[in-house]
Ligand binder design. Structure first.
Ligand code: SAM
Ligand code: DTB
Ligand code: SF4
Length: 346
């Protein structure tokens, strides 16, 4: 198992060596042209009882995000079909809940999972804390992965969230694993933690058995009205180092470059992909915050010379193991386009 000391050693390598090792691990375990695109939908927004210091949806802060009821199935179906047509291979749904209550709302979530699976996409949900029985029912509905982030190190956690503990989070991760659902678990950079805290988070992830199937690395999207509204942006090279370290420590995982891409240059995002990130959220909105829009991401992929198909080579597989190709390959980038230096989104 990778320890904190191992991680620190990897992280501190000279950057060219670190990137070389990360790219080597990447190529040994993945098709380097395969960057998964996941769609994200907030199926129940706002009014959450937790006090997560980064979150637009906490009822503890005045963020201007109104609480809305749980979406109906038809709306979710429409969004999922659209996402699939745009090339998403995973559909992720989030709720602003501390935990789901059993009853009609949880039953509707199960139906949402079924409808996404029936569209042949991977289904992921993030609903807060779960019981063993809820995890079992999600598995039965066909859930591919459960997203539940540890967010930061154990020691930094109480500075960000007071309404639940680190061990509460770990208990849910274990319930998910007992139900044989893949774990999607990562964190947020830029919440006042230092580089050691970030490595401590990776060390916690390394203790999960099996290790997470996917690791979202979010950069804080500062939300006006939350305690972290004025947090400093994350240093770009620190982000790249962390992505590369995660790639080396978790060779098989999808390392997902998650929130915060709309404030990253195209070049920084590309550096993260070279460092081993192989998944993004796409669509112009995350849960409540902005994300690069479809045309910015089309530019990003075009500039890398990567096709916009969900599975660009026979090495990659679709939601249920089969190869799928939904859209034609784009034409290769023009020389003029490649020479342009510009920020990717905004
Ligand atoms: N309520 C559930 C929970 O907390 O587990 C699920 C929804 S919650 C919004 C999903 C994840 O989004 C959080 O665990 C956090 O890591 C991430 N997140 C929330 N607000 C964010 C922000 N402003 N910037 C970056 N990531 C954020
Ligand atoms: C994750 O790690 N990042 C996504 C997803 N899992 C659910 C959420 C990002 C939220 C960004 C802030 C917002 O949209 O409110
Ligand atoms: Fe609620 Fe999740 Fe936001 Fe925390 S991160 S306030 S639990 S929606």
């Amino acid at each position: 198992m990778t320890t904190f000391d191992d991680l620190r050693e990897i992280y501190a390598l000279p950057l060219p060596e670190l990137l070389y090792r990360a790219a080597t691990v990447q190529r040994a375990n993945h098709d380097p042209a395969d960057i998964q695109r996941c769609a994200l939908l907030s199926v129940k927004t706002g009014g959450c009882s937790e006090d997560c210091g980064y979150c637009a949806q906490s009822a503890h802060y005045k963020t201007g995000v109104p609480a809305t009821p749980l979406m109906n199935l038809e709306e979710v179906r429409e969004r999922a079909e659209k996402a699939k047509a745009l090339g998403a291979t995973r559909f992720c749904m989030g709720t602003a809940w501390r935990e789901p209550k059993d009853g009609p709302q949880f039953d509707r979530i199960l139906d949402m999972v079924r409808l996404v699976r029936d569209l042949d996409m991977e289904a992921c949900v993030t609903l807060g804390m779960l019981t063993d029985e809820q995890a079992r029912r999600l598995k039965e509905a066909g859930l591919t992965a459960y997203n539940h982030n540890l967010d930061t190190s154990r020691r930094h956690y109480p500075k960000v969230i007071t309404t639940r503990t680190y061990d509460d989070r770990i208990r849910t991760l274990h319930a998910v694993q007992r139900a044989n659902i893949a774990v999607c678990c990562g964190g947020i950079l830029g919440m006042g933690e230092n580089e050691e805290d970030r490595l401590m988070l990776l060390a916690e992830l390394a203790q999960l058995d099996p290790p997470p199937e996917s690791i979202p690395i979010n950069c804080l999207v500062p939300i006006a009205g939350t305690p972290l509204e004025n947090a400093e942006p994350v240093d770009s090279v620190e982000l790249v180092r962390l992505v590369a370290t995660a790639r080396i420590a978790f060779p098989k995982a999808r390392v997902r470059l998650s929130a915060g891409r709309d404030r990253m240059s195209r070049e920084l995002q590309i550096l993260c992909f070279l460092a081993g990130a192989n998944s993004i959220f796409f669509g112009d909105k995350l849960l409540t915050a902005p994300n690069p829009d479809a045309s910015a991401d089309a530019d990003l992929f075009r500039s890398m010379g990567l096709p916009l198909t969900p599975n660009p080579s026979p090495l990659s597989t679709g939601a249920r193991g089969e190869s799928v190709a939904l859209t034609p390959h784009p034409s290769p980038p023009s020389g003029e386009k490649r020479a342009t230096v510009e920020a990717s989104a905004s």
